[in-house]
Design a protein around this ligand. Structure first.
Ligand SMILES: Cc1ncc(COP(=O)(O)O)c(C=O)c1O
Length: 407
């Protein structure tokens, strides 16, 4: 059977209206070809053919919608974009080659030389470097403030501030921002409020409901969930996403169709995975709090967490990432990490496999010593992205770390 575009069936979004994020994760955005396959098809093609020269001209000229070239139109990528947009409750999504490419594309499309950004200090280390080193080269200046200190946000605002950028909960200290308050601050100053929703995913938190203008994801993390592919996505209103799409079309930080397919498969199990991550993380956080070799545990699900109540209002679960300080410094942290046997020593997070990281020398290693101090990235800090293994087995493995500290 020859495929032609007219046989491609998009399941109408209207049929899914009002359905829960659990259903949208499995169903939204799906396309079906004339073969009527049940699983999502992959279109590993760089370009598309036309019925005539006139049709090619109409496609290129934008008079006729349809596929042109996979740098900016690919049906598998579009299916992923439609699904994540539906789950976040946003109008339109633009998928990118990585989470960093989603942040870069958003900034390149929506900021210009002379603009000012206010960003929370506790963002992913590379996000910090992107703002501080690269966007600065093009005349976009960034002020870093403490995520939870509203007065600092307020006083950092300038007439030329065009964007407020946060992660909540933050990486790796799990601080929680008051999104509604920051959205109000952004909007009264004619700035965009951008939320990196990587840690919670739309299953646990939907930032548009709290005033966000744009939601960013590193799809590499929970959206995939099994550590297979690197990718990213920005979601927002069409008037903003059309600009981001325009940048993607011109600059090419594009998601591959294969990766989009993997992310589509990942999204199908996202809701049940997130609940399992949350359950395990809460139990481990409570257990870690009782360990004599632990100085401090950071997890918003703990009653001791300063934004526990706010997190409970904004999130439907506390997430799968926690961090803690062991008593001592780098030597103790590294000994602890090295003594674990099952848990993977890797900087990735959001995987079904539990991972352990020393942020000060990996994810946040490129921050200056002062920035590390300001962001609370101390040498004795360890981050765990809690997977979905049996929690008792995770404790057994972490106990090996504690035993190493006793010797
Ligand atoms: C919160 C957060 N945002 C963005 C990124 C960047 O994503 P990627 O590695 O897909 O470029 C990461 C990566 O670890 C992250 O943790």
């Amino acid at each position: 059977m020859t495929f032609c575009r007219d046989e491609q069936v998009w399941i109408p979004e209207s049929d899914l209206e009002g359905m829960s994020v659990d259903t949208l994760a499995v169903r939204a955005g799906q396309i079906r070809t004339g073969q009527l396959e049940h699983s999502d098809p992959i279109f590993p093609t760089s370009s598309f053919v036309y019925g005539s020269a006139a049709q090619a001209a109409a496609r290129f000229g934008g008079e006729e919608p349809g596929n042109i070239y996979s740098r900016f139109t690919n049906p598998t990528v579009q299916a992923f974009e439609a699904r994540i947009a539906a789950m976040e409750g946003g109008e339109k999504a633009v998928a990118t080659a990585s989470g960093m490419a989603a942040i870069l594309s958003t900034c390149m499309a929506l900021l210009q030389s002379g603009d000012h950004v206010v960003c929370s200090r506790g963002v992913f280390g590379t996000t910090n470097v992107l703002f501080q080193k690269y966007l600065a080269k093009f005349g976009v200046e960034t002020t870093f403030v403490n995520l939870t200190d509203q007065a600092q946000w307020q006083s950092a605002m300038r007439p030329e501030t065009r964007m407020l950028f946060i992660e909540t909960p933050s990486n790796p200290l799990c601080e929680v921002a008051d999104m509604a308050a920051l959205a109000e601050l952004a909007h009264t100053n004619n700035a965009l409020f951008v939320v990196d929703n990587c840690f919670c995913t739309p299953v646990l938190q939907r930032p548009f409901e709290h005033g966000a203008d744009i939601v960013i994801h590193s799809a590499t993390k929970y959206l995939d969930g099994q550590g297979r592919c690197v990718g990213g996505v920005a979601v927002g209103p069409a008037r903003l996403m059309d600009e981001v799409y325009g940048f993607l079309r011109s600059a090419g930080p594009t998601m591959s169709p294969f990766n989009a397919w993997v992310f589509l498969k990942g999204l199908e199990t996202l809701p049940i995975r997130m609940r399992a991550h949350c359950d395990n993380a809460l139990e481990l956080a409570r257990w870690l709090e009782q360990q004599p070799a632990v100085a401090e545990v950071f997890y918003a699900g703990l009653k001791s967490h300063p934004q526990h109540e706010l997190a409970g209002r904004q999130q439907s679960g506390f997430g799968g990432v926690l961090s803690f300080r062991v008593k001592g410094g780098r030597e103790e942290a590294w000994s602890f990490i090295d003594a674990t046997r099952m848990i993977s020593i890797t900087a990735n997070l959001g995987d079904v496999k539990t991972t352990i990281t020393h942020p000060a020398t990996t994810t946040h290693g490129r921050l200056s010593p002062e920035d590390k101090v300001q962001a609370g990235i101390t040498e004795n800090l360890i981050r765990i992205s809690v997977g979905i293994e049996a929690v008792g087995d995770l404790k057994t493995d972490l106990q090996r770390g504690f035993s190493a500290l006793e010797t």
